[in-house]
Design a protein around this ligand. Structure first.
Ligand code: FE2
Length: 282
């Protein structure tokens, strides 16, 4: 099955990815062996990196030439740390979207705590026509601990990118949540988030593993169909809208009561009625 990997650290010496060109070339060869046809190197853009942001993509054309010889197409992108001053850097954000087309941006958040400006940040992107893609939501403690925070991310119109790396560790909280997102049809795309060749390429391994859980069509949606729509700037219907959780998520988004809360109110009301009735009988 052809793969499109939209979250990977492949540009040498710009972040915690490969340290040099030899390592990057070694990684490219492994990608080609795993039938990866399209790859979007996503160098980290942390808070301190905005000053020399243009240097983040230095070497992209050299990498693209090397990849083309192996039958792999390279697309420009980045993994952007969510910061509250995003609107001030607007002109610098656009080139970091997938293929620079201003439609989709990969964003990552603080792992231990949900930043207070999370929903505002995502809204800022949406009003500018950019759909945020949440990098590895399964890793965030605030998503692991409270499903309402996952619903908050979805209510902003974001897509969810689950990492193959976490799916290879199903015993961890992140691995468990990643599997739940995949099994319940809440993930929009799968990507490797591979950093260095000292660990095996996780996306190829996970595709093999998922064959016992998901249909071929569903796997293809996660690793090929949706990623291709993203890089060509086409509309993607968020996966949750077809998931078994869609009514619960829709109720949360529209501000309706959670079904369990409704049951609690119902219990309270019926109790009150019974009390009233008994009073009348007396
Ligand atoms: Fe990453």
């Amino acid at each position: 099955m052809p793969l499109a990997d939209l979250h990977i650290h492949l540009l040498p010496a710009v972040d915690d990815g490969p340290p040099d060109w030899e390592t990057a070339e070694q990684m490219l060869r492994i990608l080609a062996e795993n039938d990866v046809k399209v790859v979007a190197p996503t160098p980290h853009v942390w808070e301190q990196d905005w000053q020399g942001i243009e240097s983040r993509h230095q070497g992209l054309s050299r990498l693209a030439e090397m990849a083309a010889q192996l039958g792999v197409k390279v697309i420009s992108a980045a993994e952007v740390w969510a910061t509250p001053d995003l609107p001030e850097r607007w002109d610098k954000v656009l080139p970091l979207t997938y293929a620079g087309n201003g439609k989709y941006l990969l964003v990552e958040f603080d792992v231990p705590e949900m930043p207070l400006y999370t929903e505002w940040f995502l809204f800022q992107l949406k009003v500018r026509g950019i759909t945020p893609i949440i990098a590895h939501p399964e890793r965030y403690f605030w998503v692991q601990e409270d499903e309402r925070n996952l619903f908050r991310l979805l209510s902003s119109g974001s897509l969810l990118q689950v990492s193959a790396d976490t799916l290879l560790h199903p015993e961890t909280p992140a691995g468990k949540l990643a599997l739940r997102l995949i099994r319940n049809g809440l993930a929009d795309l799968l990507a490797s988030d591979w950093h260095k060749p000292n660990s095996p390429y996780p996306l190829g391994l996970v595709v093999q593993k998922l064959r016992s859980t998901l249909s071929e069509g569903e796997i293809e949606r996660l690793v090929w169909t949706v990623p291709l729509k993203i890089i060509s700037g086409q509309n993607v219907q968020p996966a949750w809208q077809r998931s078994p959780f869609r009514f619960e998520i829709q109720a949360f988004i529209s501000g309706a009561e959670h079904p369990t809360q409704k049951r609690r109110w119902w219990r309270f009301l019926t109790f009150w009625r019974r009390e009233g009735e008994s009073k009348w009988r007396k």
